[in-house]
Design a protein around this ligand. Structure first.
Ligand code: ADP
Ligand code: ZN
Length: 745
């Protein structure tokens, strides 16, 4: 027998199947992690068995040396998935295989944890033993304790009772009084114990759960979009769907954004399903991660809850995947392989005949478009549970505040609401968006935003150059002295930080305790949880933060949400900025009034009449959708077109530049020839220029940005681009192709 092996070396030149002979004594199966001799020196390398075969054309094949783990570490379904990823994401086969196992398993850097246990030997006479141990008091006490326990006990537990008793235990083993054993244990992440009541589902909830069950019975790999307003009880629908899935003997994966994977979230699921849950996220230790993964692989856990990469969890009877907050950008991987978890999920459920449920209060435009076209089944939860109202939203025009002489961070309205909230002993959240910090240029007087003449995208202010740039086409503009619209001198780069907000609260309400949460304060492991639970315990009355505080949290006592600057993300240089802003504002607003107390939201903005701000005020997703999809159509942005980006990086700037420009010229010819006369108009844009982030860690970067109309010819054009890319990926030290890039800079 022969095995096809992918050797664990990430290099294009060796990214193919190598054939090895299987020695008789090795019970090799597909998916085994093995050691094989590789290259001229026959050095032992790790690899993955991806297929078995009876014959080979190679005259001289080497032999597999060793099996690393007893069980195959990859399922056949995962190997097929990796092969598909290689084609779809233009990554190496081995890159796709690597992300399916815990990183530390490679290089054998992590081991199973064994504990040493002892038990009483059979056929011993306790009285005679005690008598024989009269002159060894420690041994005698250990023996008495072991006899009292009467079962297997770990040596470390015995040490708790009699510190330093290990040598006495060893003496008892030598005498044949105790028998030594060892046992594998799983390192488990600690879990918050919370009790969640089991609700009777509302009609809307049970209707949604019924449709998920029906889809699961059909077994066609259907995708369902659960569109439910904030506080509509989506989690309860997920729990019911998981219950139904387990009851037919299948297993489930639940993905949540890393940031909302808090002890509270995990606790809610654990309370319902106990030890059948495995948790995968970035805050686990290497040992915990390995052991949680093994509990899944060995079939001990049936439900996986985790962040993006948990979508690869090796469940053998996968039947259901749930992706909560499906619109979140964090489901897109930013490093190789650049996969989208939602796409991987759709592929997996199709293969295994399961169901994919996408949940959100603000579905991505793409998903909602698919739902409207019937590609996805649409499930709706239009109301909050128990007749609770959505929060009321007030818009404050910050330009008016300025005219009235108030140039502080807080409008009069927000100050008033804040003091009401604090006086009645409720809690408030103040939200600012740091991603928009000091990047766009706007007029404080009329709200005018400096935009690119070609792209209708905000110009980005580059401090070092003291001028602005368009991140789409590379156009440059200097910072105007006066506003081109109202001619006043109030135009400047815009931005406020969390610290400033905190200071402002302290100035207004010196006695009030605040908590601040942003990437700066959240560096330490666990600080995120600590802060959230402190706020939960009401140790502070005001929580100030960036997007981190927007997601998923359920704080019953929060009645006021203040959005300090609602339009910062609106003007990011990205065609998705309006969509992201609407999502963010809806999510933050959704934190208010989730329990029996009604909620208030104050949105401060310089663009009070911007349609996106109006839709966010009304929390009206459908109107937002219809407006925004028309905007995209007008400007031929996705989903009506597709962006492709190719980034060139090299230590030598000239090399990167030359590689990029030359590649662009030749690629354009390829694309035009495949599109032909008929598709002449399909290539909407192809520009080669310095990348918006021109240098990263000593590497100069250039990029080609391509925009293609979505027509029946698109597949061919993409095919031509990837084929060209495969032949020219070594024109400088790094050439990276991204189809539908999540970020453009
Ligand atoms: P969403 O995820 O849609 O924002 P959640 O699932 O967090 O909403 O539910 C909001 C609140 O309503 C939670 O506190 C939850 O415990 C409660 N809840 C959910 N379903 C019901 C129900 N059927 N009856 C009463 N309360 C419910
Ligand atoms: Zn431009």
């Amino acid at each position: 027998m022969f095995a096809e092996v992918i050797v664990d070396i990430a290099h294009t030149a060796v990214d193919r199947r190598f054939t090895y002979r299987i020695p008789e004594e090795l019970p090799i199966a597909v998916g085994h992690h093995v050691l094989v001799p590789f290259g001229m020196g026959n050095h032992a390398k790790e690899g993955f068995v991806v297929a078995l075969k009876e014959t080979t054309d190679y005259p001289e094949t080497k032999e597999i040396v060793k099996i690393i783990e007893r069980y195959p570490v990859l399922l056949p379904e995962q190997i097929a998935l990796a092969e598909w990823m290689k084609k779809s994401y233009h990554c190496l086969f081995v890159d796709a295989l690597r992300i399916m196992i815990p990183a530390q398993m490679r290089g054998m850097r992590i081991k199973e944890k064994k504990v040493r246990t002892v038990a009483l030997a059979e056929n011993i006479d306790p009285d005679a033993v005690i008598e024989s141990l009269e002159r060894a008091p420690v041994q005698k006490r250990v023996f008495e304790l072991a006899a009292r326990i009467g079962a297997e006990v770990s040596v470390s537990d015995l040490n708790v009772f009699y510190p330093g008793c290990t040598s006495a235990v060893e003496a008892l083993i030598r005498k044949g009084i105790l028998i030594e054993q060892s046992e594998t244990v799983f390192r488990r992440p600690s879990k918050l114990k919370i009790h969640t009541p089991e609700y009777t589902l509302t009609d809307a909830q049970s209707h949604a759960a019924d449709r998920i069950r029906a889809a699961s019975e059909r077994g066609n790999g259907d995708v369902l979009l659960l569109h439910g307003v904030t506080g509509s009880g989506k989690t309860e629908v997920y729990l019911k769907a998981i219950e139904d899935c387990l009851s037919i003997g299948r297993q489930a994966i639940v993905l949540v954004p890393e940031i909302s994977l808090t002890p509270q979230t995990v606790g809610r699921f654990t309370d319902r399903f106990g030890d059948r849950i495995a948790v995968l996220h970035s805050r686990l230790s290497a040992g915990e991660r390995f052991d949680e993964w093994r509990r899944i692989r060995l079939g001990i856990a049936d439900i996986v809850i985790g962040a993006r990469s948990a979508i690869f969890a090796p469940l053998e009877r996968l039947g259901l995947v749930i992706i909560d907050e499906e619109h979140e950008a964090s489901y897109q991987s930013e490093s190789q392989p650049r996969y989208l978890a939602t796409e991987i999920a759709a592929k997996r459920v199709k293969t295994v005949g399961g169901v994919l449920v996408l949940g959100s209060a603000t579905p991505s435009l793409m998903s909602y478009t698919r739902a409207l076209s019937g590609k996805y089944e649409l499930l709706e939860l239009p109301d909050r549970v128990a007749g609770r109202p959505l929060p009321t939203v007030e818009i404050v025009n910050m330009r008016d505040e300025l005219l009235m002489g108030n140039n502080s961070i807080f409008s009069d309205k927000l100050t008033e609401r804040l003091s009401e909230c604090l006086a009645s002993d409720q809690q408030a959240m103040l939200f600012i968006n740091r991603r928009g910090y000091a990047t766009f240029v706007s007029c404080r007087s009329c709200g005018y935003v400096l935009k690119c003449d070609n792209c209708d995208i905000s110009m980005t202010y580059h401090k070092t150059e003291a001028r602005t740039r368009c991140h789409y086409c590379g156009a440059v503009k200097s910072l105007p002295k006066e506003c081109p619209n109202c001619k006043k001198a109030f135009i400047k780069q815009f931005g406020i930080g969390t610290e400033q907000v905190e200071e402002a609260v302290h100035r207004l309400f010196p006695a009030v305790k605040t908590l601040r949460m942003d990437t700066d304060t959240m560096r330490d492991k666990g600080s995120y949880e600590k802060l959230l639970s402190a706020f939960h315990r009401r140790e502070a009355q005001v929580l100030i933060g960036t997007q981190m505080i927007a997601k998923g949290h359920d704080f019953p006592n929060v009645t006021l949400v203040g959005v300090v600057a609602a339009d910062t993300t609106l003007n990011l240089p990205d065609y998705r900025a309006p969509e992201r802003t609407f999502q963010l504002l809806t999510q933050v607003a959704g934190r208010a009034g989730r329990d029996h107390l009604p909620g208030h939201v104050v949105l401060q903005t310089y663009e009070p009449n911007h349609p996106i701000i109006r839709f966010a005020k009304d929390q009206d997703y459908k109107s937002f959708y219809h407006y925004e999809i028309m905007e995209r159509k007008k400007l031929l942005y996705p989903p009506f077109s597709l962006f492709v980006r190719i980034v060139f990086a090299d230590r030598d700037e000239r090399t990167a530049e030359h590689a990029c420009l030359d590649y662009a010229k030749r690629l354009e010819i390829e694309i035009r020839s495949i599109l032909g006369e008929e598709g002449k108009q399909d290539l909407l844009l192809l520009v080669a220029a310095e990348a918006p982030v021109a240098r990263i860690s000593g590497f100069s970067r250039y990029q080609i940005l391509i925009k293609l109309l979505r027509t029946k010819r698109l597949k061919n054009a993409i095919g031509a681009i990837t084929a060209f890319h495969d032949l020219h990926r070594d024109v400088c030290s790094e050439v990276q192709l991204e189809i539908n890039p999540q970020e453009m800079f």
